[in-house]
Write a protein that binds this ligand. Structure first.
Ligand SMILES: [Zn+2]
Length: 212
């Protein structure tokens, strides 16, 4: 904890100055470029990996970057998405999973989360991706590759779940909103994006197409 307090004091004394003009501008309102949905994992830093500044990203972090379908739970996730799309009129939503995701590991090894009642309940919103992994990837012998495929399938499932949110469906229907599915490999900094034409996650490029 002391490291965090020291860091805060240093930011106030030395770091804030370079952002002062930006924050004064942002005091007049925010206009983020994207809603960035990712896992709560401490190794994922959305601003760092996208080289973005305060004001650029509206961020939603959940266990395993899971988005409950709209009808199941009108909680914080639904509220954040609705505000981002309807009020801020965000033009892009990125759902970004990551390598070594412990939540997805729990999905593959339910015995490891037996006593984690909230995690188990929340993982119900990712359960159907497990059957997809079992159908499509049952031949994968090693657990590391199996986890990687699960992380990808979960992103595809959450891209479906988010489209059950009326604000998202409406904005996509009007052509005002695009969805993107990313996997961030924090060990190397690599990001792959889902390409629906090729039905595969490919290295992110300048012209990587959106899902919708
Ligand atoms: Zn994670």
């Amino acid at each position: 904890m002391q490291k965090l307090i020291n860091g805060l004091l240093q930011f106030q004394n030395e770091g804030f100055g370079k952002y002062q003009d930006l924050f004064e501008t942002l005091a007049g309102g925010q206009n983020p470029a994207a809603l960035f949905i990712t896992c709560s994992d401490s190794r994922v830093n959305p601003n760092l990996l996208t080289g973005s500044d305060p004001g650029d990203l509206f961020v939603l972090r959940t266990a395993g970057n899971i988005i409950p379908p709209y009808k199941n739970a009108l909680g914080g996730e639904a509220a954040t998405i609705e505000y981002a799309v309807q009020v801020l009129k965000i033009p892009d939503i990125i759902i970004c999973g990551h390598s070594q995701c412990g939540v997805m590991g729990g999905l593959l090894s339910p015995e490891s989360i037996e006593d984690l009642h909230a995690v188990k309940a929340y993982l119900e919103h990712a359960q159907s991706c497990l059957s997809v992994v079992e159908q499509k990837h049952s031949q994968i012998p090693d657990s590391e590759t199996r986890l990687a495929r699960t992380i990808e399938e979960n992103i595809l499932l959450q891209l479906e779940n988010i489209q059950t949110h009326p604000s998202v469906a409406d904005a996509i229907g009007r052509g005002d909103l695009k969805l993107h599915g990313w996997v961030y490999k924090f060990e190397t900094g690599e990001v792959s994006a889902y390409n629906s034409d090729q039905n595969a996650f490919l290295p992110l490029e300048c012209n990587s197409p959106p899902i919708t």
